[in-house]
Design a binder for this molecule. Structure first.
Ligand code: AMP
Length: 215
């Protein structure tokens, strides 16, 4: 499958992408994960991106497009991909359109995950993430807590609250989403590619997406 996942922070893009990738081996491409790994590794890209990310601001489009142009040409993308967290702005979507044309890739469609704002806020403030960059398992202190000593059930590393998941950063990320990313819904609607799913349970949403793919 070749799809883009749109949705506010906390809408469940990461979980849905992971479940979809398990179905047919399509690769999950998360620009957030790529950037977090770069920050952890202390690379030039990471140093440039860290300040924006900690504040809940978007990293400049030029930096993201450089990453994605290279990523889409890696051999594992031939089978299919699920883009999670990209594109995030109209200029990124426009540049992606040209890039896909250049690479002769056509998308199946763009999935828009619709989740009410109160559900999003609750999910984000209770979310915790495994600090091991190779694991990054996601927990929720209410519905899916880590081990009682605060370590990851999968790899045993400490489970943490990300710098961009403090209440202040979360509110800022939601404002940024409304201002910069929500307009992509109209963009892809005009392109005839948008499919919206009211999404409260990731597994159900994945079933609906698969049905739409098969139709
Ligand atoms: P995410 O895990 O997708 O919420 O991404 C975490 C952070 O990485 C975001 O708050 C942005 O600072 C940055 N980021 C991820 N993807 C993009 C993108 N496509 N464009 C700009 N910034 C991004």
């Amino acid at each position: 499958m070749k799809i883009i996942l749109l949705g506010a922070p906390g809408a469940g893009k990461g979980t849905v992408a992971k479940l979809l990738s398990e179905i047919d081996g399509s690769v999950q491409i998360s620009t957030g994960d790529i950037l977090r790994a770069a920050v952890k590794a202390g690379s030039e890209l990471g140093k440039e991106a860290k300040g924006y990310m900690d504040r809940g601001d978007l990293v400049p489009d030029s930096l993201i497009m450089k990453i994605m142009e290279a990523r889409l040409q890696e051999p594992d993308c031939e089978k299919g991909f699920i883009m999670d967290g990209f594109p995030r702005t109209i200029p990124q979507a426009e540049e992606l359109k040209s890039l896909l044309q250049k690479l002769s890739i056509s998308l199946d469609f763009v999935v828009n995950l619709e989740v009410p704002r109160d559900v999003i806020l609750d999910r984000l403030t209770t979310r915790r993430t495994c600090s091991n960059p190779a694991c990054q398992e996601i927990y929720n202190i209410k519905s899916n807590p880590p081990n009682p000593d605060g370590t990851c059930k999968k790899c045993g590393s400490p489970v943490i609250q990300r710098d961009d998941e403090t209440e202040e950063a979360i509110l800022h990320r939601l404002e940024t989403y409304n201002a910069k990313t929500a307009p992509l819904i109209g963009f892809y609607e005009k392109e005839g590619l948008l499919r919206s799913f009211r999404s409260l349970e990731s597994k159900k949403t994945v079933e609906e997406i698969v049905k739409t793919l098969e139709a």
